[in-house]
Design a binder for this molecule. Structure first.
Ligand code: FES
Length: 118
């Protein structure tokens, strides 16, 4: 979804919906974010809201984003779909963890992902 080197993580919720989030980070700032939803319309809306919140944010600011902020961007969610915002935030936190783990092991950047760059 984003050219190499980018970070990604996919998570699946208890409802069966899933979301993958991709980040490009430069100088501790998220310069690009994409998401790939597999689920309901609300999941897609939450992914879009999430990316609008985090592009331009530092990693620390992105780590503070919570489901309520995602929901606020959308003007609220039906009670039965509030977990869609939590799914988006869980995916964000997973990709941030991946980023920090890769930063601690910079030698891994010497190797492209299994399916190649780009
Ligand atoms: Fe479960 Fe949207 S219905 S994440």
């Amino acid at each position: 979804m984003l050219p190499f080197p980018a970070h990604s993580a996919a998570v699946r919720g208890r409802c069966g919906d899933s979301m993958e989030v991709f980040l490009r980070v430069e100088n501790n700032v998220i310069v690009a974010a994409r998401f790939l939803p597999h689920g309901c319309l609300h999941t897609t809306a939450c992914g879009s809201a999430l990316t609008s919140l985090i592009v331009g944010a530092t990693l620390e600011q992105a780590g503070d984003v919570g489901p309520k902020q995602v929901e606020a961007v959308l003007g609220g969610l039906p009670v039965e779909h509030r977990h869609c915002a939590a799914l988006a935030v869980t995916a964000l936190r997973a990709v941030l963890i991946n980023h920090y783990q890769e930063r601690r092991s910079p030698w891994k950047k010497l190797y492209p992902p299994p399916d190649g760059p780009g």
